[in-house]
Design a protein around this ligand. Structure first.
Ligand SMILES: Nc1ncnc2c1ncn2[C@@H]1O[C@H](COP(=O)(O)OP(=O)(O)O)[C@@H](O)[C@H]1O
Ligand SMILES: [Mg+2]
Length: 355
């Protein structure tokens, strides 16, 4: 599946621009603040309806305008996403308006690499849950439905707990959906971690080249049985007035040579681990869905040494479409033959092929 004929209107710094990438590797090099991250973000928003960096999609509407439009072809399909400040979200799949996003989200698959990926290792558990949710929603048909149901039940529980003990009966009514979707998510995420493990281990091993063993596993906040954990936490959640067990508190434990990657790994090891996680994510999407995702690599080449850059370029599958952004030109000869764009005055313009 190839993304092409992309049109952006009033998205971030882009008033209106078009971009028609080729099926293989595509390079976009431009100075800071010209719109490289925004371009890749727009593709992610179009295909997955979520931004890798914004808290809410309304932040991405160009300042002073009413809403954005992103349109593209993806293989034989056409996708359009409009977001208006007052009109809300409007989706079109093959020119047919979509009331729900289920069919729409089945079309586009994305693996997003960013220069802040090291936060997957160093950052709080919310970064790792977000990573798993982004992956889960692309690998597993029921995932997004359960994630939304879980979030609804969690919000309701927390609201009732905050209100006080007199809401106990209403609280109990939410336990069913909370447990059903919570158990589904925990199981799906644990399976993702199991499936990622050999892929991550392989990439860490080949990138670092010094026999490091990387492992990951899913850690449930309340233990293996969510129903038991919820019952056991009853008095504590009444005291704290919030739900203290469940997938919203779970984590993915990352280790290098059996020691916590968060605490003990060097910065180089952490970068390698983060890169391996992203490559593994893309491969797992391909295994589960039968086609590779589009690889969006936002400005990560500048901070990698030439060995890691080489490994990364070598790990991009020949049959996958990849879009790479960069500010620096000095490594571009490593991507010989790839078509090349730049961004000037809010427009994506084609440059000659790198030779
Ligand atoms: N909602 C918005 N409306 C208009 N401009 C924006 C908006 N959000 C960000 N920008 C601007 O877009 C420009 C490009 O940002 P970015 O895509 O991060 O650039 P790059 O990745 O090339 O460094 C920045 O100057 C930023 O201030
Ligand atoms: Mg950027």
């Amino acid at each position: 599946m190839t993304l092409g004929s992309l049109t952006l209107r009033d998205f971030r710094c882009f008033k209106r621009t078009e971009f028609d990438p080729t099926p293989g590797l595509n390079l976009v090099s431009a100075p800071n603040a010209s719109g490289k991250s925004s371009l890749l973000e727009a593709i992610c928003v179009l295909l997955r309806l979520q931004s890798p960096r914004a808290g809410t999609l309304s932040e991405t509407i160009r300042h002073g305008t009413e809403g954005f439009s992103i349109l593209a072809r993806f293989g034989p399909r056409s996708l359009a996403c409009h977001l208006g400040k007052s009109k809300g979200r409007h989706l079109l799949l093959d020119d047919v308006p979509q009331r729900k996003s289920n069919d729409y989200l089945r079309v586009g698959l994305v693996a997003f690499f960013s220069s802040s990926d090291i936060e997957l290792i160093r950052g709080t558990s919310s970064k790792r849950r977000r990573f798993l949710d982004f992956l889960g929603s692309q690998c597993d048909v029921g995932y997004l439905k359960h994630l939304r149901a879980y979030e609804r039940a969690l919000r309701a529980r927390n609201f009732l707990l905050k209100d006080g003990p007199h809401r106990g009966r209403e609280l109990a009514a939410y336990n069913g959906p909370f447990l059903e979707s919570g158990e589904y998510l925990a199981k799906a995420r644990a399976r993702l971690c199991d499936d990622l493990t050999p892929l991550v281990a392989h990439h860490v091993h080949t990138i670092s080249n010094n026999g490091e063993i990387a492992t990951l596993r899913y850690k449930s906040s309340g233990g293996p049985d969510l129903q038991v954990a919820l019952a056991d936490s009853f008095s504590e959640e009444q005291r704290l007035r919030q739900t203290i067990v469940g997938p919203h508190r779970d984590d993915m434990i990352l280790e290098v040579n059996a020691a916590s990657a968060h605490t003990f790994a060097s910065e180089g090891q952490q970068r390698t681990f983060a890169l391996a996680l992203r490559l593994a994510q893309a491969e797992l999407i391909r295994t589960r869905r039968g086609v590779p995702p589009i690889y969006l690599l936002d400005d990560i080449f500048g901070e990698l040494d030439s060995h890691r850059r080489h490994r990364l370029l070598g790990a991009l599958p020949a049959d996958a479409q990849a879009l790479l952004t960069t500010t620096s030109w000095h490594w571009l000869e490593e991507a010989t033959g790839a078509p090349h764009w730049t961004i000037t005055e809010g427009r994506v313009v084609s440059q000659q092929h790198i030779t």
